[in-house]
Design a protein around this ligand. Structure first.
Ligand code: SF4
Length: 102
């Protein structure tokens, strides 16, 4: 059986929260997240080059703790993403090697 790269091929139908490109890597969300699902964190590979932070679509527990601490209001529940920012659903997931539809 072939289980290699299983998570990378997983099709997600839900994703709790999404970060958009107004993120300034303030890192307040990283501190607030109880499950450590926002990356890259300062000091992690790729942090300096990353244009923004990303939420892991499968690890996010939909708690909403990151939303009020974001100084640029860059975090949205998937269903409330602005129309012109819908692509960030896939962009967040892709950072973790996960392809999503929609
Ligand atoms: Fe982390 Fe909660 Fe924000 Fe999801 S909603 S990224 S679990 S703080």
């Amino acid at each position: 059986m072939e289980f290699g790269n299983w998570s990378a091929k997983l099709k997600c139908t839900t994703m709790a929260y999404v970060i958009i490109d107004t993120c300034t890597k303030d890192n307040a969300c990283v501190e607030a997240c109880p499950v450590d699902c926002i990356h890259p964190k300062e000091g992690e590979p790729g942090y300096e080059e990353a244009p923004q932070l990303y939420i892991h679509p499968e690890e996010c527990i939909d708690c909403g703790a990151c939303v009020p601490v974001c100084p640029t209001e860059s975090i949205f529940p998937l269903e409330e993403l602005p129309e012109d920012k819908k692509e960030f659903y896939a962009i967040n997931a892709r950072y973790y090697g996960i392809e999503v539809s929609g």
